[in-house]
Design a protein around this ligand. Structure first.
Ligand SMILES: [Ca+2]
Ligand SMILES: [Ca+2]
Ligand SMILES: [Ca+2]
Length: 211
C-alpha cells in the first residue's frame, strides 16, 4: 500500500509527466520531454548523451506501458498510474534489478543536468532541470531542501538518494519529496517550531549561582 505521502507524490509526478496537459500520460509526453531536454541542453543529434536519453525515455515508457496501461489503449490514466505506482514501489523495494535500473536512469539524467561537468549539480543547474520539467516556482526553496548538508551542490550520490526518497519515503519531511519541485500540499508543511519554555524557579536558582 502506498502511504498518503507517496500517493501525493505520484499524483504530482503524473501531472508533471503529462507534458501536453491532456490528462493522460502517453508516449507523446515522453517524446516531448526528450525534445525539451535536447533543446535546453543543446544536445547534438548524434551525441552519446542524446542516445542515452532516448534509450532511457523508451525503456521507461515501455515499463509504464506494460505495467500501467492495463486496458492497452496506449494512454495511462491517473487510475492506471496509481496502480502502477504501487507495483513500482514494490519493485524498487523487493527486486535489486528494479533499483539498479532506476540508478542507471538517474545517472543518465545527472550527466545531462551537470552542464559544466564538475560532477556536481549547482542550484543554477538544478533550476534548469526543473525548467525542463516546466517547473519555475519555488525552485530555490526546493534546492535548499534537497541540499541537506548545505554545501550548495548535489553529488551523483545525493541525486540517487533523493530520487529513491521521492519514490519510497513516507516521511513528509524527507528532502527528496521535493526532487521535482515543491509539491503544493499542506502535508509537507514544516512543523511549527517548538517553543522553548522560559525560565522556571529551578533554572533561575541555577542561573543565579552559576552566572
Ligand atoms: Ca499527455
Ligand atoms: Ca490505458
Ligand atoms: Ca555542475
Amino acid at each position: 500500500m502506498l502511504s498518503e505521502v507517496q500517493k501525493i507524490k505520484f499524483e504530482y509526478l503524473f501531472n508533471l509527466y503529462d507534458a501536453n496537459n491532456n490528462g493522460v500520460v502517453e508516449f507523446a509526453d515522453f517524446s516531448a520531454y526528450v525534445g525539451r531536454f535536447t533543446e535546453l541542453y543543446e544536445l547534438p543529434e548524434d551525441s552519446e548523451t542524446l542516445k542515452q536519453l532516448n534509450k532511457t525515455a523508451e525503456a521507461w515508457w515501455d515499463v509504464i506501458k506494460a505495467n500501467a496501461d492495463l486496458n492497452d489503449d496506449g494512454v495511462v490514466t491517473i487510475e492506471e498510474w496509481m496502480g502502477f505506482a504501487e507495483r513500482y514501489v514494490e519493485t524498487l523495494e523487493t527486486y535489486p534489478d528494479g533499483a539498479k535500473y532506476l540508478t542507471k536512469f538517474i545517472i543518465t539524467i545527472f550527466n545531462v543536468v551537470d552542464e559544466n561537468k564538475n560532477n556536481l549539480i549547482s542550484s543554477k543547474e538544478y533550476a534548469n532541470f526543473l525548467f525542463a520539467w516546466g517547473v519555475d516556482k519555488d525552485v530555490d526553496l526546493a534546492f535548499r531542501k534537497l541540499d541537506a548538508d548545505g554545501d550548495h551542490s548535489l553529488s551523483e550520490k545525493d541525486m540517487i538518494d533523493l530520487v529513491f526518497e521521492f519514490y519510497l519515503s513516507d516521511d513528509p519531511h524527507a528532502p527528496g519529496n521535493h526532487f521535482y519541485g515543491m509539491i503544493p500540499n499542506e502535508i509537507f508543511a514544516e512543523p511549527p517550531e517548538e517553543e522553548v519554555p522560559t525560565d522556571n524557579t529551578i533554572t533561575r536558582i541555577f542561573k543565579s549561582i552559576f552566572k
